[in-house]
Design a protein around this ligand. Structure first.
Ligand SMILES: [Zn+2]
Length: 376
């Protein structure tokens, strides 16, 4: 066995376990294509390292040992930095439930303020859980900008000020090792592994909140592309002659389907509503609010039809604040997909609302921290 074969086969086994949750060694052989001998060696090493646990099960009438991830064995921190707030989750790593803290930040805040808030909230959660900060294994942070994962370089014109500097500053989020990814990617990762896309091979998620973000997950792993911008679904072009987007292009999906867009469309007829008020009024039957949500669904359908034609995913998950609109938004989306993706296959892609709510990106950050801790 070559020197590089051990970590590569170890990574393959860990990937299969992350995707499936629990597998027998025979199932790991089938999932990875590795030989039974290699799987046995890798699983033995993972047991010795405390990375996986095994339990006796009966599969198709035969006794077998089922293998699952044991967790990294220490505290992890997941952070979601968004346009208007920071959310921090602490997983104590000892069987206790995770805890959560949120701080609302002013519009247009700089990245440094978000990092400071995350550091302070992390310290508060650790103190409340009586955990020594020195025991934290790892943290991961979702940011509202594309991240080239290989180099941890922040890309994208017109993104929030200062993220490149903060990501490159050691200790900005605390004294522990930190990994970064785009917050839309982490939301997709969480819905794919833990939520609405669980057990499905190819999951596309789009999140409709103040901005529009997205992510693509295949076999439990994020698709990042060459520069980290794969899955930036908010910047798909709906109308090349449309209004200018924060990214500098015209007529991006985000311009039509973000919460600012729907609030703006209703301003003349309804005054300045919050997103929650729009959703409540729509649920009560207000025709203007229902119409605007229906239009968002149709715009989303225009953009997602192309994505579904390219990827032919198992499921399209719609998350974010606007997903509470449910079928008022999802049915028009389904109609447009049915009109425009007939060429791909006989069946139109399944469309579902996300189930993890506003905590999805922070849950995804915890998953990223866990992956990174287990890979060491
Ligand atoms: Zn754009």
């Amino acid at each position: 066995m070559s020197a590089s074969a051990v970590p590569r086969s170890r990574t393959a086994v860990l990937t299969a376990l992350r995707h499936a949750g629990e597998l027998t060694q025979v199932e790991i052989v089938a999932a990875t294509g590795l030989t039974a001998g290699t799987v046995s060696t890798v699983v033995g090493g993972l047991i010795d390292d405390g990375v996986v646990r095994v339990r006796d099960v009966v599969r198709t009438g035969r006794r077998a040992r089922a293998v699952s991830l044991a967790g990294p064995g220490g505290p992890l921190i997941g952070v979601h930095c968004y346009l208007d707030q920071v959310r921090v989750l602490l997983d104590p790593g000892d069987g206790r439930a995770w805890s959560e803290a949120i701080r609302v930040l002013p519009d247009g805040h700089r990245a440094e303020l978000a990092a400071t808030a995350a550091r302070e909230l992390s310290a508060d959660l650790l103190a409340a859980a009586d955990i020594d900060p020195g025991r934290v294994l790892r943290a991961a942070v979702g940011i509202p900008a594309p991240v080239e994962v290989r180099t941890a370089r922040v890309g994208g014109a017109g993104v929030r000020d200062g993220w490149g500097t903060v990501v490159a500053t050691p200790g900005a989020f605390g004294p522990w090792p930190v990994d970064f990814d785009n917050e839309g990617n982490l939301s997709a990762l969480a819905e794919a592994r833990l939520g609405a896309g669980r057990g499905r091979a190819t999951v596309v998620q789009v999140s409709l909140s103040q901005g529009v973000s997205g992510g693509i997950v295949h076999d439990g792993e994020l698709v990042h592309g060459r520069t980290g911008t794969a899955g930036e679904l908010g910047h798909l072009t709906i109308d090349p002659h449309g209004p200018v987007c924060s990214c500098g292009n015209r007529g991006c999906l985000q311009v039509y389907a973000g919460s600012q867009a729907i609030i703006g469309l209703l301003a003349a007829s309804h005054g300045r509503l919050s997103v929650a008020e729009v959703l409540d009024l729509a649920a009560q039957g207000d025709p203007g609010c229902r119409r605007v949500l229906s239009d968002v669904g149709r715009h989303l359908g225009t953009a997602m039809a192309s994505v579904c034609t390219v990827l032919d995913p198992d499921v399209l998950v719609v998350g974010g604040a606007l997903s509470r609109a449910g079928n008022l938004l999802l049915d028009p989306l389904r109609e447009v997909l049915a009109e425009r993706t007939a060429v791909t296959s006989g069946a139109v892609v399944e469309v579902v609302a996300g189930v993890l709510g506003a905590a999805a990106p922070a849950r995804g950050a915890l998953l990223l921290a866990q992956d990174a801790a287990l890979a060491r």
